[in-house]
Design a protein around this ligand. Structure first.
Ligand SMILES: *Cc1c(COP(=O)(O)O)cnc(C)c1O
Length: 411
């Protein structure tokens, strides 16, 4: 396929206009929005206003006057549509890892007498670490489920299963679970499910209410573009919220925070997941970032994500196979997230050489170069150019140069 065919796809792209909502440097082909989303143009102005006007001028009155107090709920409700949840069932706060701890503790406590938490051994490390620490605190056991060995999760579920904690889309290989089917299987054993949506929210279709999911959490800084260290989000199914007790009971989650009572009483609804003051600057940045999704349906977003990764896979097959690089990603649409890996010799050097050419992806041990497809700001021609550059790197041997093989702390 030649470049003009990719340009034709851009001309027919119903989401072509949303790229203009972002500041993506022209010199970059940014295929790492699954790690850190690009900067939405609305963010700097909003953050500047929060700092100079709201903080600088209005000071403490901004908690009321500028709606600071309500930001966790307001941003959560705005985000809810993106993950198929109703408003007021989602809030933002904390780092994802902390959020996972709070939700997993809350979930396990709803199943007293059951002793296992089911996790995938290939989860993102933090997910497994958090499961182990919750198990440690509550005296439970982690049970590993490896879909590669046992495709049917029912085989590891029984009347002892308290919670199943799964990443909807796998961070390495981009494999996507069937959220609806697994939720049903977990409920068949009367256990609860916690979905990690870090690599799903803002990239693939998620229907939490429709799946009847119990809990979910995810990052604000990947496909949601909230900026480095953006607050995470939490979802609790409204049918459970009245019984939910999260473990870090702070004053922001109290029923009457300014009554300053001695004893803790959880707030009504999703607000009870709050603990203490969050970064207002970071919440405002995420709030402004989410406006980039205005008028975009998740169906349209998903269709473009698949079209981008289909094109990438086809071009890698066509141009890189002879150079020893192969696709490592599910070929079927219903199992593919919004990222694709290329397996190649010296993947680290390959990624570094590409970054020098302006094509930004990342490296995952031991031999994977990972590329994310962000439908709001990526063009088909970017995908074409990226694979063209990959072919040039492999043909020239740039990936073997010593300067491309010096390891930095973040890969
Ligand atoms: C990115 C990611 C995280 C990150 O956790 P932080 O606490 O925000 O650093 C956690 N889990 C998964 C699956 C991720 O992809």
């Amino acid at each position: 396929m030649d470049r003009s065919a990719a340009e034709a796809l851009d001309r027919d792209d119903p989401l072509a206009h949303t790229r203009d909502r972002f500041d993506v440097p022209d010199v970059l082909i940014y295929l790492d929005g699954n790690s850190l989303g690009a900067l939405p143009k609305a963010v700097p102005q909003r953050v500047n206003d929060v700092i100079t006007q709201q903080w600088g001028h209005d000071l403490v009155t901004s908690w009321n006057k500028q709606g600071w107090w309500d930001l966790p709920d307001a941003v959560g409700s705005k985000l809810a549509r993106i993950i198929g949840a109703q408003p007021k069932s989602v809030v933002i706060s904390d780092a994802t890892s902390v959020q996972l701890y709070k939700l997993l503790m809350a979930a396990a406590r709803l199943r007293p007498g059951r002793s296992t938490i089911v996790v995938e051994p290939t989860s993102f490390p933090t997910n497994a670490y958090i499961a182990a620490s919750v198990a440690d605190v509550l005296g439970l056991t982690v049970r590993w489920w490896s879909p590669a060995d046992e495709p049917d999760i029912s085989a590891v579920l029984d009347e002892d299963t308290a919670v199943v904690s799964l990443c909807h889309v796998d961070y390495r290989l981009g494999r996507m679970h069937d959220g609806r089917a697994i939720t049903q299987q977990v409920h068949d054993t009367e256990a609860l499910v916690l979905w990690d949506l870090c690599h799903s929210a803002g990239a693939v279709e998620v229907q939490l209410d429709d799946w009847d999911a119990d809990f979910a959490a995810g990052c604000g800084y990947k496909y949601l573009n909230g900026g480095p260290g953006a607050p995470s989000f939490a979802y609790v199914n409204p049918r459970l919220i009245d019984d939910v007790r999260q473990p870090i009971s702070g004053w922001h989650g109290h029923a009457a925070p300014f009554a300053l009572e001695r004893d803790y009483r959880p707030a009504e609804g999703i607000r009870r997941l709050q603990t203490g003051s969050n970064s207002v600057i970071a919440m405002a940045a995420l709030d402004a970032a989410l406006d980039a999704f205005d008028g975009v349906t998740m169906t349209a977003l998903r269709a473009k994500s698949l079209a981008l990764s289909d094109l990438f896979i086809a071009l890698v097959d066509e141009r890189l196979a002879a150079l020893g690089a192969t696709i490592e990603a599910p070929r079927s649409h219903d199992q593919r997230g919004s990222q694709v890996c290329v397996r190649t010799e010296n993947a680290y050097g390959f990624v570094q050489a590409l970054i020098k050419r302006g094509v930004v992806g990342d490296f995952r041990e031991p031999d994977l170069a990972r590329f994310g497809f962000t439908p709001l700001y990526l063009r088909f021609v970017d995908v074409w150019t990226a694979v063209h550059q990959m072919a040039e790197v492999l043909e020239s041997g740039e990936h073997e140069l010593p300067e491309n093989n010096v390891r930095a702390p973040v890969t």
